[in-house]
Design a protein around this ligand. Structure first.
Ligand code: SF4
Length: 432
Protein backbone atom coordinates (compact mmCIF):
# COMPACT_ATOMS: atom_id res chain seq x y z
CA UNK A 1 0.00 0.00 0.00
CA UNK A 2 1.31 3.44 -0.93
CA UNK A 3 1.94 5.63 2.08
CA UNK A 4 0.16 9.00 1.85
CA UNK A 5 2.49 11.82 2.72
CA UNK A 6 1.62 15.06 4.48
CA UNK A 7 -0.77 17.69 3.22
CA UNK A 8 0.74 20.59 1.35
CA UNK A 9 -0.88 23.92 0.60
CA UNK A 10 0.66 25.74 -2.35
CA UNK A 11 -0.05 29.45 -2.22
CA UNK A 12 0.50 31.24 -5.51
CA UNK A 13 0.87 34.99 -5.69
CA UNK A 14 1.43 37.17 -8.71
CA UNK A 15 0.95 36.36 -12.34
CA UNK A 16 -0.07 33.43 -14.53
CA UNK A 17 3.60 32.51 -15.03
CA UNK A 18 3.80 31.74 -11.32
CA UNK A 19 0.56 29.79 -11.60
CA UNK A 20 2.10 27.48 -14.22
CA UNK A 21 5.07 26.79 -11.94
CA UNK A 22 2.75 26.02 -9.03
CA UNK A 23 0.58 23.72 -11.13
CA UNK A 24 3.65 21.76 -12.24
CA UNK A 25 5.02 21.65 -8.71
CA UNK A 26 1.66 20.39 -7.41
CA UNK A 27 1.73 17.50 -9.87
CA UNK A 28 5.27 16.51 -8.93
CA UNK A 29 4.40 16.58 -5.24
CA UNK A 30 1.28 14.53 -5.82
CA UNK A 31 3.34 11.98 -7.76
CA UNK A 32 5.32 11.72 -4.53
CA UNK A 33 2.08 10.97 -2.64
CA UNK A 34 1.54 14.32 -0.97
CA UNK A 35 -2.02 15.59 -0.72
CA UNK A 36 -2.18 18.98 -2.39
CA UNK A 37 -4.39 22.02 -2.05
CA UNK A 38 -4.04 25.31 -3.89
CA UNK A 39 -4.48 28.54 -1.92
CA UNK A 40 -6.39 26.92 0.92
CA UNK A 41 -7.36 29.30 3.70
CA UNK A 42 -8.11 26.49 6.11
CA UNK A 43 -4.96 25.66 8.07
CA UNK A 44 -5.36 21.93 7.66
CA UNK A 45 -1.91 21.25 6.19
CA UNK A 46 1.54 20.43 7.51
CA UNK A 47 3.59 22.10 4.80
CA UNK A 48 3.03 25.50 3.15
CA UNK A 49 4.82 26.44 -0.05
CA UNK A 50 4.58 30.09 -1.04
CA UNK A 51 5.27 31.08 -4.64
CA UNK A 52 5.97 34.80 -4.27
CA UNK A 53 5.77 37.87 -6.49
CA UNK A 54 8.32 40.69 -6.35
CA UNK A 55 7.05 42.89 -9.16
CA UNK A 56 5.96 46.13 -7.47
CA UNK A 57 5.33 47.35 -3.91
CA UNK A 58 1.75 46.10 -3.60
CA UNK A 59 2.74 42.64 -4.83
CA UNK A 60 5.73 42.52 -2.48
CA UNK A 61 3.55 43.49 0.47
CA UNK A 62 1.02 40.81 -0.38
CA UNK A 63 3.73 38.16 -0.49
CA UNK A 64 5.28 39.28 2.79
CA UNK A 65 1.91 39.47 4.55
CA UNK A 66 1.10 35.95 3.39
CA UNK A 67 4.37 34.62 4.76
CA UNK A 68 3.83 36.44 8.08
CA UNK A 69 0.36 34.97 8.38
CA UNK A 70 1.86 31.51 7.93
CA UNK A 71 4.66 32.08 10.44
CA UNK A 72 1.99 33.12 12.98
CA UNK A 73 0.04 29.94 12.25
CA UNK A 74 3.07 27.77 12.91
CA UNK A 75 2.38 27.88 16.67
CA UNK A 76 -1.32 27.22 16.64
CA UNK A 77 -2.04 24.88 13.74
CA UNK A 78 -0.72 21.67 12.18
CA UNK A 79 1.70 23.69 10.09
CA UNK A 80 5.28 22.44 10.51
CA UNK A 81 7.22 23.64 7.49
CA UNK A 82 7.19 26.82 5.41
CA UNK A 83 8.97 26.84 2.04
CA UNK A 84 9.24 30.10 0.11
CA UNK A 85 10.36 30.53 -3.49
CA UNK A 86 9.68 32.75 -6.50
CA UNK A 87 10.40 36.29 -7.62
CA UNK A 88 10.40 38.05 -4.24
CA UNK A 89 12.60 35.40 -2.76
CA UNK A 90 15.02 35.62 -5.71
CA UNK A 91 15.15 39.38 -5.37
CA UNK A 92 15.46 39.78 -1.59
CA UNK A 93 16.72 36.41 -0.36
CA UNK A 94 19.19 37.73 2.24
CA UNK A 95 16.81 40.31 3.71
CA UNK A 96 13.98 37.79 3.90
CA UNK A 97 16.16 35.20 5.64
CA UNK A 98 17.09 37.77 8.23
CA UNK A 99 13.60 39.16 8.77
CA UNK A 100 11.66 35.91 8.67
CA UNK A 101 13.68 33.23 10.51
CA UNK A 102 10.51 31.16 11.07
CA UNK A 103 10.56 30.26 7.38
CA UNK A 104 12.31 26.91 7.00
CA UNK A 105 13.85 27.48 3.59
CA UNK A 106 14.00 30.11 0.86
CA UNK A 107 14.67 29.28 -2.77
CA UNK A 108 14.95 31.75 -5.64
CA UNK A 109 13.20 31.40 -9.00
CA UNK A 110 11.23 28.20 -9.50
CA UNK A 111 13.40 25.12 -9.53
CA UNK A 112 11.44 21.92 -9.07
CA UNK A 113 14.50 19.80 -8.30
CA UNK A 114 15.57 22.03 -5.40
CA UNK A 115 12.19 21.76 -3.74
CA UNK A 116 11.92 18.00 -4.24
CA UNK A 117 15.43 17.49 -2.95
CA UNK A 118 14.61 19.52 0.16
CA UNK A 119 11.66 17.18 0.77
CA UNK A 120 13.84 14.13 0.00
CA UNK A 121 11.73 13.29 -3.03
CA UNK A 122 12.47 12.57 -6.66
CA UNK A 123 11.40 13.94 -10.02
CA UNK A 124 10.95 10.93 -12.23
CA UNK A 125 7.50 10.88 -13.78
CA UNK A 126 5.85 12.45 -16.81
CA UNK A 127 7.49 15.73 -17.83
CA UNK A 128 4.45 17.95 -18.34
CA UNK A 129 2.01 16.83 -15.65
CA UNK A 130 0.10 19.56 -13.87
CA UNK A 131 -2.61 19.85 -11.29
CA UNK A 132 -4.68 22.73 -12.53
CA UNK A 133 -5.89 25.46 -10.24
CA UNK A 134 -8.64 25.86 -12.83
CA UNK A 135 -11.30 23.67 -14.43
CA UNK A 136 -8.74 22.15 -16.83
CA UNK A 137 -10.21 23.12 -20.19
CA UNK A 138 -7.87 26.08 -20.48
CA UNK A 139 -4.19 26.15 -19.59
CA UNK A 140 -1.46 28.73 -19.55
CA UNK A 141 1.50 27.68 -21.66
CA UNK A 142 4.78 29.35 -20.84
CA UNK A 143 7.00 29.75 -23.90
CA UNK A 144 9.95 31.63 -22.40
CA UNK A 145 11.47 32.92 -19.19
CA UNK A 146 13.07 36.30 -18.53
CA UNK A 147 13.15 39.44 -20.63
CA UNK A 148 15.60 41.18 -22.94
CA UNK A 149 13.81 44.51 -23.12
CA UNK A 150 15.09 47.20 -20.86
CA UNK A 151 12.05 49.17 -19.76
CA UNK A 152 13.49 51.62 -17.29
CA UNK A 153 10.72 51.23 -14.70
CA UNK A 154 10.70 47.45 -14.64
CA UNK A 155 12.54 45.22 -12.17
CA UNK A 156 11.55 41.94 -13.78
CA UNK A 157 14.74 41.41 -15.81
CA UNK A 158 16.73 41.96 -12.60
CA UNK A 159 15.35 38.86 -10.98
CA UNK A 160 14.11 36.84 -13.96
CA UNK A 161 17.23 37.30 -16.01
CA UNK A 162 17.70 37.36 -19.76
CA UNK A 163 15.11 36.00 -22.17
CA UNK A 164 15.34 32.24 -22.67
CA UNK A 165 13.01 30.73 -25.26
CA UNK A 166 11.89 27.19 -24.71
CA UNK A 167 12.56 24.84 -27.61
CA UNK A 168 9.66 24.85 -30.02
CA UNK A 169 9.47 21.05 -30.01
CA UNK A 170 9.23 21.00 -26.26
CA UNK A 171 6.40 23.54 -26.29
CA UNK A 172 4.55 21.59 -28.99
CA UNK A 173 4.98 18.37 -27.02
CA UNK A 174 3.59 20.01 -23.93
CA UNK A 175 0.68 21.48 -25.89
CA UNK A 176 -0.12 18.04 -27.36
CA UNK A 177 -0.05 16.58 -23.87
CA UNK A 178 -2.37 19.33 -22.62
CA UNK A 179 -4.76 18.68 -25.51
CA UNK A 180 -4.70 14.96 -24.68
CA UNK A 181 -5.94 15.68 -21.15
CA UNK A 182 -8.80 17.89 -22.32
CA UNK A 183 -7.35 21.38 -22.65
CA UNK A 184 -9.15 23.28 -25.41
CA UNK A 185 -7.78 26.77 -24.91
CA UNK A 186 -4.06 27.48 -24.73
CA UNK A 187 -3.11 30.82 -23.26
CA UNK A 188 0.44 31.60 -24.34
CA UNK A 189 2.43 33.57 -21.80
CA UNK A 190 5.92 35.03 -21.37
CA UNK A 191 7.17 38.44 -20.30
CA UNK A 192 7.20 39.21 -24.00
CA UNK A 193 5.77 36.75 -26.52
CA UNK A 194 7.03 38.70 -29.54
CA UNK A 195 10.68 38.09 -28.69
CA UNK A 196 10.24 34.31 -28.85
CA UNK A 197 13.05 32.59 -30.76
CA UNK A 198 15.24 35.64 -31.22
CA UNK A 199 17.59 34.83 -28.34
CA UNK A 200 18.40 31.43 -29.88
CA UNK A 201 18.05 31.81 -33.63
CA UNK A 202 18.04 35.56 -34.27
CA UNK A 203 14.59 35.29 -35.83
CA UNK A 204 11.23 36.06 -34.31
CA UNK A 205 9.54 32.66 -34.26
CA UNK A 206 6.23 33.38 -32.59
CA UNK A 207 4.28 33.22 -35.88
CA UNK A 208 5.68 29.77 -36.66
CA UNK A 209 5.01 28.56 -33.13
CA UNK A 210 1.40 29.75 -33.24
CA UNK A 211 0.84 28.11 -36.62
CA UNK A 212 2.23 24.82 -35.31
CA UNK A 213 0.16 24.96 -32.15
CA UNK A 214 -2.96 25.51 -34.23
CA UNK A 215 -2.35 22.17 -35.96
CA UNK A 216 -2.81 20.24 -32.71
CA UNK A 217 -6.09 18.31 -32.59
CA UNK A 218 -8.28 19.24 -29.67
CA UNK A 219 -6.93 22.77 -29.30
CA UNK A 220 -9.70 25.14 -30.34
CA UNK A 221 -8.54 28.49 -29.05
CA UNK A 222 -5.04 29.95 -28.84
CA UNK A 223 -4.82 33.20 -26.93
CA UNK A 224 -1.73 35.39 -26.90
CA UNK A 225 -0.88 37.35 -23.79
CA UNK A 226 1.66 40.16 -23.74
CA UNK A 227 2.69 41.15 -27.25
CA UNK A 228 5.31 43.85 -26.98
CA UNK A 229 4.39 46.65 -29.41
CA UNK A 230 7.78 47.45 -30.92
CA UNK A 231 9.57 45.02 -33.30
CA UNK A 232 6.15 43.43 -33.67
CA UNK A 233 6.24 40.33 -35.91
CA UNK A 234 3.93 41.48 -38.70
CA UNK A 235 3.19 37.98 -40.02
CA UNK A 236 1.47 37.30 -36.73
CA UNK A 237 -1.31 39.69 -37.72
CA UNK A 238 -2.02 37.61 -40.84
CA UNK A 239 -2.13 34.45 -38.76
CA UNK A 240 -4.50 36.01 -36.22
CA UNK A 241 -6.65 37.30 -39.06
CA UNK A 242 -6.77 34.03 -40.98
CA UNK A 243 -6.45 31.13 -38.54
CA UNK A 244 -9.81 30.44 -36.88
CA UNK A 245 -8.14 28.83 -33.87
CA UNK A 246 -6.22 31.97 -32.95
CA UNK A 247 -8.37 34.28 -30.86
CA UNK A 248 -8.88 37.70 -32.38
CA UNK A 249 -7.62 39.10 -29.14
CA UNK A 250 -4.53 41.25 -29.09
CA UNK A 251 -3.00 41.91 -25.69
CA UNK A 252 -0.47 44.62 -26.26
CA UNK A 253 0.81 46.53 -23.23
CA UNK A 254 1.48 50.08 -24.44
CA UNK A 255 2.22 51.67 -21.04
CA UNK A 256 1.99 55.23 -22.40
CA UNK A 257 1.65 57.31 -25.54
CA UNK A 258 3.65 60.47 -24.86
CA UNK A 259 6.97 60.39 -26.70
CA UNK A 260 8.66 61.97 -23.72
CA UNK A 261 7.37 59.31 -21.33
CA UNK A 262 7.96 56.42 -23.75
CA UNK A 263 11.54 57.58 -24.13
CA UNK A 264 12.10 57.90 -20.40
CA UNK A 265 10.56 54.43 -20.00
CA UNK A 266 13.05 53.20 -22.62
CA UNK A 267 10.29 51.37 -24.46
CA UNK A 268 12.08 51.52 -27.81
CA UNK A 269 9.26 53.06 -29.83
CA UNK A 270 7.29 56.23 -30.40
CA UNK A 271 3.75 57.54 -30.41
CA UNK A 272 3.72 57.51 -34.20
CA UNK A 273 4.86 53.88 -34.36
CA UNK A 274 2.25 52.90 -31.78
CA UNK A 275 -0.58 54.53 -33.70
CA UNK A 276 0.61 52.99 -36.98
CA UNK A 277 0.64 49.53 -35.41
CA UNK A 278 -2.86 50.01 -33.97
CA UNK A 279 -4.08 51.15 -37.38
CA UNK A 280 -2.58 48.08 -39.04
CA UNK A 281 -4.23 45.81 -36.47
CA UNK A 282 -7.63 47.49 -36.93
CA UNK A 283 -7.30 47.33 -40.71
CA UNK A 284 -6.18 43.71 -40.93
CA UNK A 285 -8.42 42.34 -38.20
CA UNK A 286 -11.41 44.67 -37.91
CA UNK A 287 -13.17 42.43 -35.39
CA UNK A 288 -10.10 42.20 -33.11
CA UNK A 289 -10.39 43.13 -29.49
CA UNK A 290 -7.36 45.02 -28.25
CA UNK A 291 -6.36 44.79 -24.61
CA UNK A 292 -3.71 47.11 -23.27
CA UNK A 293 -2.21 48.27 -19.99
CA UNK A 294 -1.09 51.75 -19.11
CA UNK A 295 1.35 52.92 -16.48
CA UNK A 296 0.61 56.30 -14.90
CA UNK A 297 2.62 58.43 -12.52
CA UNK A 298 6.06 57.85 -14.05
CA UNK A 299 8.28 60.77 -12.90
CA UNK A 300 8.41 62.16 -16.46
CA UNK A 301 4.61 62.29 -16.72
CA UNK A 302 3.48 65.82 -15.98
CA UNK A 303 -0.14 66.88 -16.31
CA UNK A 304 0.55 67.61 -19.98
CA UNK A 305 1.68 64.05 -20.80
CA UNK A 306 -1.12 62.61 -18.69
CA UNK A 307 -3.71 64.62 -20.61
CA UNK A 308 -2.14 63.39 -23.84
CA UNK A 309 -2.64 59.84 -22.59
CA UNK A 310 -6.28 60.51 -21.68
CA UNK A 311 -6.93 61.92 -25.16
CA UNK A 312 -5.33 58.88 -26.76
CA UNK A 313 -7.42 56.45 -24.69
CA UNK A 314 -10.63 58.31 -25.58
CA UNK A 315 -9.69 58.33 -29.23
CA UNK A 316 -8.60 54.70 -29.51
CA UNK A 317 -11.48 53.26 -27.46
CA UNK A 318 -9.59 50.10 -26.51
CA UNK A 319 -11.98 47.24 -25.87
CA UNK A 320 -10.03 46.22 -22.76
CA UNK A 321 -7.70 48.30 -20.66
CA UNK A 322 -5.96 48.02 -17.30
CA UNK A 323 -3.82 50.57 -15.50
CA UNK A 324 -0.95 50.42 -13.01
CA UNK A 325 0.58 53.20 -10.97
CA UNK A 326 4.34 53.76 -11.08
CA UNK A 327 6.35 52.14 -8.32
CA UNK A 328 9.99 53.23 -7.91
CA UNK A 329 11.80 49.91 -7.89
CA UNK A 330 15.38 49.82 -6.67
CA UNK A 331 17.81 48.55 -9.25
CA UNK A 332 15.87 50.01 -12.17
CA UNK A 333 17.04 52.92 -14.29
CA UNK A 334 14.02 55.03 -13.46
CA UNK A 335 14.77 54.58 -9.77
CA UNK A 336 18.24 56.08 -10.17
CA UNK A 337 17.54 58.62 -12.91
CA UNK A 338 14.34 60.25 -11.65
CA UNK A 339 12.92 61.41 -8.38
CA UNK A 340 9.60 59.76 -7.61
CA UNK A 341 7.89 63.03 -6.72
CA UNK A 342 4.34 62.41 -7.88
CA UNK A 343 2.35 61.55 -4.76
CA UNK A 344 0.53 58.26 -4.41
CA UNK A 345 -2.70 60.24 -4.19
CA UNK A 346 -2.12 61.85 -7.59
CA UNK A 347 -1.02 58.54 -9.13
CA UNK A 348 -4.18 56.87 -7.88
CA UNK A 349 -6.36 59.74 -9.09
CA UNK A 350 -4.80 59.45 -12.53
CA UNK A 351 -5.40 55.70 -12.62
CA UNK A 352 -8.99 56.04 -11.38
CA UNK A 353 -9.82 58.66 -13.97
CA UNK A 354 -8.61 56.37 -16.74
CA UNK A 355 -10.67 53.49 -15.40
CA UNK A 356 -13.76 55.74 -15.27
CA UNK A 357 -13.28 56.54 -18.94
CA UNK A 358 -12.67 52.88 -19.75
CA UNK A 359 -15.77 51.84 -17.83
CA UNK A 360 -17.89 54.09 -20.04
CA UNK A 361 -16.17 52.83 -23.21
CA UNK A 362 -16.68 49.22 -22.15
CA UNK A 363 -20.34 49.91 -21.32
CA UNK A 364 -20.93 51.39 -24.76
CA UNK A 365 -19.10 48.58 -26.56
CA UNK A 366 -21.02 45.97 -24.59
CA UNK A 367 -24.34 47.65 -25.39
CA UNK A 368 -23.65 47.09 -29.09
CA UNK A 369 -23.52 43.32 -28.51
CA UNK A 370 -27.20 42.96 -27.65
CA UNK A 371 -28.85 40.44 -29.97
CA UNK A 372 -25.53 39.16 -31.32
CA UNK A 373 -24.52 35.52 -31.10
CA UNK A 374 -21.13 34.42 -29.77
CA UNK A 375 -19.40 31.10 -29.32
CA UNK A 376 -18.95 30.85 -25.56
CA UNK A 377 -16.75 28.50 -23.55
CA UNK A 378 -18.31 27.61 -20.19
CA UNK A 379 -15.79 28.08 -17.37
CA UNK A 380 -17.78 27.46 -14.19
CA UNK A 381 -21.09 27.51 -12.37
CA UNK A 382 -21.92 30.22 -9.84
CA UNK A 383 -25.19 29.68 -8.00
CA UNK A 384 -27.86 29.26 -10.63
CA UNK A 385 -25.75 30.73 -13.43
CA UNK A 386 -23.23 29.36 -15.90
CA UNK A 387 -20.24 31.62 -16.43
CA UNK A 388 -18.42 31.59 -19.75
CA UNK A 389 -16.25 33.64 -22.09
CA UNK A 390 -16.09 34.51 -25.75
CA UNK A 391 -12.86 34.37 -27.76
CA UNK A 392 -12.65 38.10 -27.10
CA UNK A 393 -12.33 37.64 -23.34
CA UNK A 394 -9.48 36.17 -21.37
CA UNK A 395 -9.59 34.47 -17.99
CA UNK A 396 -10.19 36.71 -14.97
CA UNK A 397 -9.36 40.03 -16.61
CA UNK A 398 -12.19 40.45 -19.15
CA UNK A 399 -15.95 40.15 -19.54
CA UNK A 400 -17.77 37.12 -18.23
CA UNK A 401 -20.83 35.92 -20.10
CA UNK A 402 -23.47 35.07 -17.50
CA UNK A 403 -25.98 32.49 -18.70
CA UNK A 404 -29.17 31.20 -17.19
CA UNK A 405 -30.17 27.91 -18.75
CA UNK A 406 -32.99 25.45 -18.17
CA UNK A 407 -30.82 22.76 -19.73
CA UNK A 408 -27.64 21.45 -18.19
CA UNK A 409 -24.52 22.95 -19.76
CA UNK A 410 -21.14 21.27 -19.52
CA UNK A 411 -18.14 23.07 -18.13
CA UNK A 412 -15.43 23.16 -20.79
CA UNK A 413 -17.89 22.93 -23.69
CA UNK A 414 -18.69 25.56 -26.30
CA UNK A 415 -22.24 26.88 -26.86
CA UNK A 416 -23.73 29.53 -29.09
CA UNK A 417 -25.06 32.25 -26.87
CA UNK A 418 -27.26 35.19 -27.77
CA UNK A 419 -26.50 38.31 -25.78
CA UNK A 420 -29.58 39.62 -24.01
CA UNK A 421 -28.14 42.04 -21.45
CA UNK A 422 -24.97 43.80 -20.37
CA UNK A 423 -23.31 46.03 -17.86
CA UNK A 424 -19.87 47.67 -17.75
CA UNK A 425 -17.75 44.54 -17.72
CA UNK A 426 -20.23 41.67 -18.09
CA UNK A 427 -22.58 40.22 -20.65
CA UNK A 428 -25.76 38.21 -20.07
CA UNK A 429 -27.09 35.69 -22.54
CA UNK A 430 -29.08 32.60 -23.40
CA UNK A 431 -27.99 29.49 -25.23
CA UNK A 432 -29.59 29.11 -28.65
S1 SF4 B 1 8.93 44.03 -21.60
FE1 SF4 B 1 9.53 45.73 -20.28
S2 SF4 B 1 7.85 45.80 -18.74
FE2 SF4 B 1 7.75 43.79 -19.71
S3 SF4 B 1 9.01 42.43 -18.38
FE3 SF4 B 1 10.33 43.18 -20.03
S4 SF4 B 1 11.34 44.98 -19.16
FE4 SF4 B 1 9.54 44.53 -17.88
Amino acid sequence: MIKTEKKINIITLGCSKNLVDSEQLAAKLEENNYKISHNSEIFDFEIAIVNTCGFINDAKEESINTIIELTNAKNNSKLETIIVFGCLSERYMNELKEELPEVDVFFGNYNIDQILEYLNKTNNKQKYTRIFDSPGHYAYLKIAEGCNRNCSFCAIPLFKGKYISRNMEDILDEASYLASIGVKELILIAQDLCYYGYDKNKTFELPELVENLAKIDGIEWIRLHYLYPFLFPERLLDIIAENPKVCKYIDIPLQHISDKVLKSMNRGGTKEQTIQLLNRIRKKIPEAVIRTTMLVGHPEESKYEYDELLGFIKEQRFERLGVFTYSAEEGTRSFYNYKDEITEEVKNERAEKIMEIQQQISYELNSAKIGKIFKVLIDRIEGEFYIGRTEFDSVEVDNDVIIKSENILNIGEFYNVKITGFDDFELYGTVI
